[in-house]
Design a protein around this ligand. Structure first.
Ligand SMILES: NC(=O)c1ccc[n+]([C@@H]2O[C@H](COP(=O)([O-])OP(=O)(O)OC[C@H]3O[C@@H](n4cnc5c(N)ncnc54)[C@H](O)[C@@H]3O)[C@@H](O)[C@H]2O)c1
Length: 335
């Protein structure tokens, strides 16, 4: 398989690239290596990939159309997994235009490139945040997601809409992947599990939002990678008898599909902190705070489509996954 992975120096992109290379695929990685979080972590991930057979890297920003086109023209990828994006809910309140550049203009350039240099399947990261203010759980891809509560979520929902148009107009098979709070080794320093670990080890307090009354469907990175890999060859087909009345918003008359990839097991924030304290052997000093703007109370993935289509569901428990993360953290930062 010749596969283009955008955001290859990022957390998910690194793990997916590594796993695909281990299975003797050819991976072309692109990333702009921006400094949203420590760039050392991105270059460390890249250094690992660059030592592997079959990996090529280009430092490119998705918003530069000519550069994106040149990559498609040169490599003619069969499969594309678009993971490059400005991630983070809270940052989208501080820096909204960065989300427009990377997540909207950047994704548009990927769609146009797939139109002019046809691919067998385009997969792209969406997010559990598209469920916004929805209350019914577990979150199903059959639920309406028209009520986002952050610009980040709105850009991810927009990606799904843009992909649908390109699937319809140009027959590009597209699959949107709604990831649920991904964590693990080489993870993202801006996410709570990472900054909590740092603070607990340094004897600094951690901020517990909404007084701990929150739940997240934490999903271990290896489960995400396995799910994505199984979906890559599964290009969706147009459903000829599709009807919006039949309660299947995740498929279409176009070759288009949306999946949740989450653990299907929401963890209360306090249990998650407890798992971290156990793995670190140290109790956290906690500062209880109100809910943050843009945050949601709970995420919880319905993964029945994954089970039906690829016979897979994430299964790593928070205790096992957090222990693996903490072991990696201590070794990487020499704690
Ligand atoms: N990690 C999670 O919990 C989670 C949850 C839901 C959705 N997602 C989505 O999954 C994808 C991967 O997330 P991640 O956790 O690996 O994030 P990440 O920030 O570690 O990786 C994204 C990578 O994309 C690169 N990038 C950003 N904008 C770019 C641009 N304009 N051009 C080129 N490269 C650019 C960044 O430098 C980074 O290396 C993202 O689309 C994210 O929104 C992640």
């Amino acid at each position: 398989m010749r596969i283009l992975i955008t955001g290859a120096a990022g957390f998910v992109g690194f793990h997916l690239s590594k796993s695909m290379l281990n299975k003797e695929n050819e991976v072309v990685g692109i990333d702009n290596l921006n400094d949203y979080y420590e760039t050392n972590l991105k270059t460390t991930r890249l250094d690992i990939l660059k030592k592997m057979d079959g990996f090529t890297f280009h430092k490119i920003d998705l918003k530069d159309k000519a550069n994106v086109d040149a990559i498609f023209e040169k490599y003619k990828p069969e499969y594309v997994v678009n993971l490059a994006a400005q991630a983070g809910v809270r940052y989208s309140i501080e820096k909204p235009y960065v989300y427009v550049d990377s997540n909207l203009v950047g994704f548009m350039n990927i769609l146009e490139a797939c139109r002019h240099f046809p691919v067998k399947h385009l997969l792209y990261a969406s997010s559990s945040s598209v469920y916004g203010g929805n209350k019914e759980v577990p979150f199903s891809t059959n639920h309406n997601v028209d009520h986002p509560v952050s610009l980040y979520a709105a850009t991810k929902k927009s990606n799904e809409l843009m992909a649908h148009v390109y699937s319809h107009l140009y027959g590009i098979p597209t699959t949107g992947l709604r990831f649920f709070t991904v964590y693990g080794p080489y993870g993202r320093p801006d996410m709570a599990y990472f900054s909590f670990t740092k603070n607990i080890l340094n004897g600094k307090p951690i901020k517990v939002f909404n007084h701990g009354k929150m739940e997240r469907d934490f999903t271990y990175i290896d489960d995400i990678v396995e799910g994505v890999e199984k979906l890559i060859p599964m290009a969706p087909q147009a459903s000829s008898n599709w009807s919006e009345k039949e309660d299947d918003l995740s498929t279409s008359f176009a070759p288009y599909k949306i999946y949740n990839i989450g653990n299907n097991n929401p963890i209360p924030l306090m249990r998650f902190i407890n798992a971290l304290e156990t793995a670190l052997g140290k109790e956290a000093e906690k500062i209880y705070m109100d809910m943050q703007p843009g945050d949601v109370m709970r995420t919880y993935a319905d993964v029945s489509d994954l089970e039906r289509d690829i016979k897979f569901r994430p299964s790593t428990s928070i205790e096992v996954g957090i222990k693996k993360f903490v072991d990696w953290y201590k070794e990487y930062y020499q704690v």
